[in-house]
Design a protein around this ligand. Structure first.
Ligand code: PSV
Ligand code: MN
Ligand code: MN
Length: 383
């Protein structure tokens, strides 16, 4: 139990700046009270999540959603609040120029503009001390014949190579894949295999990021995790839940069992280290933002605790003996354990309140920001 607690104490989960702003679907954005008016206030809210969970010390930025004049100053502000800057997320999907693609666009001028943005994101890494660039491309086509599938891969490879060469010592990029949306016929990085192949060609500073909402229904995500870890190519996660497509709901809400299976493969594969970034990529369209993030961090923590409880010696013995039901029972025993008392105990040992949701709710922080922040932005989507 001491080992399990030590592992849980060392766990790090990164929250996304965009989770703190207003968000919605293409039908409606419901504005909430007290939402941040700028990146500085987003960091202040993220610091609350860390204060109550103790395991969320970094915040991912999305550029230009989090554009500021002085990134070193923003990083200083984060440090003053007790948090740090995590991954820098690039954004080459919200400019009119990118209608037909960004780094895969048929026009070299648009490709140049997109790649320049990615390079600017590396400058921001330098200024903030971030070691991770996250690349997601909305690039793709809607109709067969619209563009040349193979040429688009060549253009993608060319841009990735330029960004790769710009990475400094201790920096890396994570390439994110997504089955579909906004492109509906063919996406240029649709799956882990495509991302993996590009990353292998580039070298050790390029790794794959698994967004749990980016697969076809029924995909065995833990298999992908096991495979990528085995190849040293799992760079991190964008955690969220989905019922239908890329729903960006709270991680562990739709399928806590899947999250447990993923965390088990992470631990089994030696991925429970700083090498793998455990990030959230979520939007809280109708629920309050800070509690939504606290709940999400707790959900990942619970799944991790259960995965750490798996009796690996017993599991291995049952597997060796061909004991199908016995092996399955070992996993299920861990999954069915109520780890909430263990986590409450751990938090008290860490000097935290045993129930982060209740502690935040009674802290008065929400009332304070609701009064102070009038006219909060719709941060991120649709901004
Ligand atoms: C795309 O769907 C994505 O998952 C990428 O990670 C974007 O950067 C992010 O959503 C924005 O929420
Ligand atoms: Mn994502
Ligand atoms: Mn997504």
């Amino acid at each position: 139990m001491t080992d399990i607690k030590a592992a849980l104490r060392a766990q790090r989960i990164e929250t996304p700046s965009w989770a703190y702003g207003n968000s919605g679907t293409r039908f409606k954005v419901f504005a909430q009270q007290g939402v941040p008016r700028d990146p500085y206030e987003k960091l202040a809210d993220a610091a609350q999540v860390h204060a109550y969970t103790g395991i969320a010390p970094t915040v991912a930025l999305h550029i230009p959603w989090d554009k500021v004049d002085d990134y070193a100053d923003l990083a200083r502000h984060a440090r003053d609040l007790g948090v740090g800057i995590g991954a820098i997320n690039s954004n080459v999907f919200q400019d009119d120029d990118y209608k037909l693609g960004s780094v895969t666009h048929p026009d070299a001028r648009v490709r140049r503009k997109a790649t320049d943005h990615l390079l600017e994101c590396v400058d921001i890494m330098d200024a903030t001390g971030s070691d991770t660039l996250k690349l997601w491309f909305s690039d793709g086509i809607n109709y067969p014949g619209q563009d040349d599938l193979r040429a688009r891969q060549d253009r993608l490879a060319e841009s990735l190579a330029e960004v790769y060469d710009r990475l400094g010592e201790g920096q890396r990029f994570l390439l994110e894949y997504k089955l579909f949306e906004p492109a509906f016929y063919a996406t240029d990085v649709p799956d882990w295999g495509t991302a993996y192949a590009h990353c292998v060609k580039l070298g050790p500073k390029a790794q794959v990021v698994v967004d749990t909402g980016h697969h076809a229904p029924g995909t065995n995500i833990e298999f992908i995790v096991a495979f990528l870890l085995r190849e040293g190519k799992l760079g991190g996660f964008d955690f969220n839940s989905r019922f239908y497509a890329d729903d960006d709901l709270m991680v562990g809400a739709a399928d806590p069992f899947q999250l447990f299976r993923i965390m088990y493969e992470v631990i089994r594969g030696g991925g429970f280290t700083d090498e793998v970034a455990f990030m959230l990529d979520q939007c809280h369209n109708i629920e309050p933002k800070i509690p939504g993030q606290i709940r999400s961090v707790m959900n990942v923590q619970e799944a991790t605790a259960k995965a750490l409880l798996v009796d690996r010696a017993a599991l291995s013995a049952a597997q060796q003996a061909g004991d199908v039901l016995g092996a399955n029972a070992v996993l299920m025993d861990a999954y069915n354990t109520d780890v909430r008392p263990l986590l409450a105990e751990l938090r008290e040992e860490m000097g935290l309140a045993p129930d982060p949701m209740a502690a935040y709710a009674t802290s008065g922080y929400f009332e304070k920001i609701a009064a102070e922040r009038v006219g909060g932005n719709q941060a991120g989507w649709g901004a």
